[in-house]
Write a protein of this length. Sequence first.
Length: 358
Amino acid sequence: MKYIVPMPSLGADMEEGKLMAWKIAPGDSVKKGQSIAVVETTKSAVEIESFYDGVVLDVLGNLGDSIHVGAPIASFEIADQVIPSPDLTKRVKISPAARKFATENNINFENILGHGPEGLIELADVEHYVESHKPEKGTVNIRAAIANAMTDSKKEIPHYYLKHTFSLDLVMSWLDEKNKILPPNERLLMPTILLKAIVSALKDFPMLNGYFKNGVYTPSAVINVGVAVALKSGGVLVPAILDSEKLSLNQLNLSFLDLAHRVQVNELKNRELIEGTFTVTNLGDSGCEEVFGIIFPPQVALLGLGFIHKRLVMINDKIQNSWVVVGSLSADHRVTDGMTGARFLRKIDELLQKPDQL
């Protein structure tokens, strides 16, 4: 059967992508997961992967073309099978006039907030979306793209915030001893230890790991932990370490280093940008003590980590100068409440006190 490959959406704020390179040609055989093209968004250059095995019939875009999300970029011949489509699970309520206007202008209306009855998207909603998302001519305005996504998040998601101070004395001592026996290229990083504890805790809290779409929350069967990475050119990307719950500590460490490198050299895969289920943001040594982040929709939670520092704390009725880091949870109140969030933070703390078991 013939399958039309659409320009994928790589984020809630993405409206179009610029076709930078083809990695396939008519007549080529392709495998599921194979890179087929490189697309430039307002944030980065991303490799687009095939979702099916098949044979390339045609490529439908010229290099340099800006193609709207959902518009065709190629056609494949694939075996008869059920083709997953967002439209099969997402029932967006939109008026006929609004749908006609969106279709004629190649607008993906699934992420537009409707103000009609029961959230109906009306013509005025689409027109307002078009006006507020006009790109700046001749520039790639990453700040504007981030601002739009975060503004929509704060408008639509009822955030609640919790913070917890994690004691790192045991982790720091364990890490020092562990790295003494590891070769330089395999030494563990403190952010990896924190990520591992977070991922391990998420296994017990599926209500924080998934997507809220069209009024329904769906927990994810996997944990794709997104890591906010600052770009040298400015702005932030949040690629995900896919299936992170299946990785050992050493594997997670290597994946984290690899992801951070590929962000800077524009070698990300589209799945890494669109399939994150939970986000961690860490401003590092140049950051601040506490970070309260904005949820990256359609995810429902984000954990911010401040810089690691020493603080006077009470342990076993004694005051001592200990290594700590403050974790700040931002979560969607439509899905969880403060009790769930507090238990999640305490679970992370418990795991960090047993680093040899991570």
